[in-house]
Design a protein around this ligand. Structure first.
Ligand code: SF4
Ligand code: SF4
Length: 379
């Protein structure tokens, strides 16, 4: 396992982190899932990420079972969890959320506590306002309940940079991977330069990489698979401290650890070639370049919706799969804070004129509005 220093904290974190959002809670007991965590720890993984709500709200409890067994070595592993500003009304509720997580995790302190899921500037301001979540977290830090206050965000790179430059956080958790790095990389670069720890989530692009391996062969080197290449991309990048992989079984952990052992970074030339191929060969996919975003008169965040639509194309998902996907996204607030939805498109065509991929955005939004309607009719 490779380790690097997380920002300026002095902590050496493993290049692969355990993302606790994929436990199979239907087929395995909590104890069986906790065994998977212990396996990862034995393989050298020392960064464990969870959150309230993951895996039918069982994830923190599962980690708690494992941490009880690891308790004697508490200074050798790092625990990350979170809370969403939208779920918190004021500092006191923030403190209560930290205490609830501590209880479920069966530990005395949380190493990295995240202001979770910042997707809009308004959400950021809500978290930081006087008497708000951040103030509660500062109190928890003073009392030793948390060690470092971090932020998790899905904002584009330039906006992540603004948050980092404000200087309130010691680490950032962001969704960056081999498929979207053009869109998000700036945030990682700025964070690293500022001495902020950087953790990457969603390394396999929400299942796009394993779902479309044949199509992604151009990202590979030698006999590696696209999944291995996508993990290698993150674990070898000097800008990234930890690549969080959502493990479901021990075999996945073994593969990620093996890739990490020999990981050679992608050269600038390799990355440029990938960017080129992405635009030449991936002409049906939104690359997340963001050029269209400001063109929309009704302020639909087109790249966000087109990235969701990518999954249909990449993974051959049918309408029902996409309805489920949108339902999940709505449930987790992934599309929260958007000013307008697909149904609001007035078909002016401005975005299609600008789109670097020449995508049929209007047609895609029409389809997404249909899926949204199916989601809404269920609620
Ligand atoms: S066609 Fe629709 S999505 Fe595109 S710019 Fe016009 S209103 Fe916005
Ligand atoms: S311009 Fe096209 S490719 Fe770029 S983000 Fe917009 S829809 Fe996606």
């Amino acid at each position: 396992m490779i380790y690097s220093e997380y920002g300026k904290t002095g902590h050496k974190v493993s290049a692969v982190g355990f993302g606790g959002m994929r436990f199979n809670t239907k087929k395995r007991t909590d104890e069986e899932n906790a065994e998977i965590i212990l396996h990862a720890y034995n393989k050298g993984i020392n960064y464990f990420d969870t959150a309230p709500g993951y895996c039918e709200d069982k994830s923190e409890t599962i980690f708690g079972l494992a941490f009880e067994k690891m308790a004697k070595e508490r200074d050798k592993f790092f625990v990350s969890t979170k809370v969403m500003p939208k779920d918190i009304n004021g500092a006191e509720e923030g403190i209560a959320s930290v205490k609830k997580s501590l209880e479920r995790l069966k530990i005395d302190y949380i190493d990295f506590f995240h202001v979770w899921c910042i997707r809009t500037w308004e959400q950021y301001k809500t978290a930081m306002k006087k008497g708000g979540l951040y103030e509660g977290l500062l109190k928890c830090k003073e009392e030793g309940l948390i060690k470092h206050i971090c932020v998790s965000t899905h904002l584009p790179g330039n906006e992540v940079s603004k948050i980092i430059n404000d200087g309130y956080f010691e680490g950032v958790l962001m969704g960056v991977n081999i498929l979207n790095f053009r869109f998000r990389w700036e945030g990682a670069v700025v964070a690293q330069k500022a001495g902020i720890g950087v953790v990457a989530m969603n390394p396999l692009a929400g299942g796009l990489v394993p779902g479309y391996q044949k199509r992604l062969e151009f990202i590979t080197e030698g006999d590696e698979t696209p999944v291995e290449a996508a993990i290698r991309f993150l674990v070898s990048a000097p800008q990234i401290n930890v690549a969080l992989v959502g493990f479901n079984n021990k075999k996945e952990i073994d593969i990620a650890c093996k890739v990490t052992e020999n990981a050679q970074p992608f050269s600038e030339e390799d990355l440029e070639k990938i960017k080129q191929k992405m635009s030449k060969n991936m002409d049906v996919l939104c690359t997340g370049c963001g050029y269209c975003e400001k063109s929309c008169p009704v302020k639909i965040p087109i790249p966000r919706f087109m990235q969701v639509y990518n999954e249909k194309l990449f993974c051959n998902k049918n309408d029902q799969d996409m309805i489920n996907r949108l339902n999940e996204n709505r449930k987790w607030g992934i599309l929260e804070g958007v000013y307008a939805d697909p149904k609001d498109c007035v078909k002016c065509g401005k975005c299609e004129e600008i789109c670097t991929q020449h995508l049929n955005i209007i047609e895609r939004l029409e389809k997404m509005a249909e899926w949204d309607e199916a989601v809404n009719s269920k609620q």
